[in-house]
Design a protein around this ligand. Structure first.
Ligand SMILES: Nc1ncnc2c1ncn2[C@@H]1O[C@H](COP(=O)(O)OP(=O)(O)OP(=O)(O)O)[C@@H](O)[C@H]1O
Length: 312
C-alpha cells in the first residue's frame, strides 16, 4: 500500500504539488491523469525519491520512504518512463538483468527471469536477448523498458507515460501485456498518462490532478457518473461517457447465453471494442470466445446499449 500523506512540493515560490493525500491499494492499478504541468510526474517521482517532498510524507507498506536508503528504494520499486531509457551499449538481456545483477542474483536465476519476461512480452528471448536497443523498433524497446522495470519482481511499479511513444496498435498490445503481467505478479502500479482511453482501459482507480491538487480519486465508473469538478467532466469528455463506460469492462463480462453467427470476439476485448466489431459486422450479436477458443456465449448490441447507459 502506498500512502501519500499531505504531500506538497514547492520549487521556490511555486507549489507544483499541493497537499496531496491519496492511498493506493496493493495489487491495483492507479492511473494519474491531468493536464500538462499539473504535477503528475513530480508526484510519482516522490515515491522513489527522485524528488523530495517539501512537506508531508509517503509511506510504502506503512514505512516512511525517507527511512529507506535511496538505492534500496530504486531497486525495490520498478520505474518505467517514456523513451524507455535503455542502456545503449548493453544488450536487451543485460538491460533487463540490470537490477537483478545489482542484487547479486545467481546467473541461472537471472537468465530464467530474462527469458520469462521476454516471453511474456512476446519477444523471442533467443532472438532479442543478444540484440542491442538500436536494433529494436521503438515499440519493442518500450516493452524491454517495462520488462527491465519488472525484472527484480518489484511489488511496486511506477510508470510515467510508458506507452506514450507507441503507435495505437503496439500501444494496445503493450497495455494488454501490462494487464496480463499485473495479474500474473500482483504488482501495484501507479501509471501517469495523458490518454483518457488508456486510463479507463487500465485503471482500478483514477486520480485526476489539476494545478498540483488531486481533485478526484475514485473508480472509473464513479468518475463518469459523478465528476467532482467541471475540469474532471471536461477531461472525460461528455460525448465520450457511454464509450468510456464500455471501455472499463471486457466482452467476457457481457456474455449472454445463446448462440450467434459471425467471427467470435475474444473475451478479453473491451466492451467498447466489441461494440465497434458489432457495428462494423452489421450484426446484432456475435459469439464470444475464451482464450482457448471455446465459445462462451454471445454479446449483443442490445446488451451493450443497456450497459452504456448512465448507471443508476
Ligand atoms: N526541477 C524543477 N524545478 C522547477 N520547476 C519544476 C521542476 N520540475 C518540475 N517543475 C514544474 O512543476 C510543474 C509540474 O511538473 P510535472 O512534470 O510534475 O507535471 P506533469 O503533470 O507531469 O506534466 P506533463 O504532463 O507535461 O509531463 C511544472 O510547471 C514544471 O515546470
Amino acid at each position: 500500500m502506498i500512502e501519500f500523506d499531505r504531500v506538497t512540493k514547492r520549487y521556490d515560490e511555486t507549489e507544483v504539488v499541493s497537499d496531496v493525500s491519496l492511498t493506493v491499494m496493493p495489487h491495483t492499478i492507479t492511473v494519474i491523469v491531468g493536464t500538462s504541468g499539473s504535477g503528475k510526474t513530480t508526484l510519482i517521482r516522490m515515491v522513489n525519491r527522485l524528488v523530495e517532498p517539501t512537506s508531508g510524507m509517503i509511506r510504502i507498506d506503512g514505512e516512511d520512504n525517507r527511512l529507506v536508503p535511496e538505492f534500496e528504494l530504486r531497486r525495490r520499486i520498478g520505474y518505467a518512463i517514456q523513451g524507455h531509457g535503455l542502456f545503449p551499449h548493453r544488450t536487451v538481456a543485460e538491460n533487463i538483468a540490470t537490477v537483478p545483477t545489482l542484487l547479486g542474483w545467481e546467473r541461472a536465476r537471472i537468465r530464467a527471469k530474462v527469458e520469462e519476461l521476454l516471453t511474456l512480452f512476446q519477444l523471442d528471448p533467443e532472438f532479442f536477448g543478444p540484440r542491442y536497443p538500436h536494433e529494436l523498433s521503438g515499440g519493442q524497446q518500450q516493452r524491454v523498458g517495462v520488462a527491465r522495470a519488472l525484472a527484480a519482481e518489484p511489488n511496486l511499479l511506477l510508470m510515467d507515460e510508458p506507452f506514450g511513444a507507441l503507435d495505437p496498435i503496439i500501444r494496445a498490445k503493450a497495455q494488454d501485456d501490462l494487464l496480463a503481467i499485473q495479474k500474473h505478479f500482483g504488482t501495484t502500479i501507479i501509471l501517469v498518462t495523458h490518454d483518457m482511453e488508456e486510463a479507463f482501459h487500465l485503471a482500478d482507480r483514477i486520480a485526476v490532478m489539476d494545478k498540483g491538487e488531486v481533485v478526484q480519486h475514485g473508480a472509473p465508473a464513479e468518475m463518469l457518473v459523478r465528476p467532482a469538478t467541471p475540469f474532471v467532466e471536461e477531461l472525460i469528455g461528455a460525448t465520450e461517457r457511454p464509450f468510456r463506460l464500455l471501455a472499463i469492462e471486457t466482452a467476457g463480462d457481457a456474455v449472454e447465453p445463446g448462440a450467434a453467427e459471425g467471427t467470435p470476439i475474444p473475451e478479453g476485448l473491451s466492451q467498447r471494442e466489441a461494440l465497434s466489431e458489432l457495428l462494423w459486422s452489421g450484426r446484432s450479436a456475435l459469439p464470444v470466445a475464451a482464450a482457448n477458443g471455446s465459445i462462451l456465449g454471445k454479446i449483443s448490441l442490445d446488451g451493450l446499449v443497456k450497459r452504456a447507459a448512465r448507471p443508476r
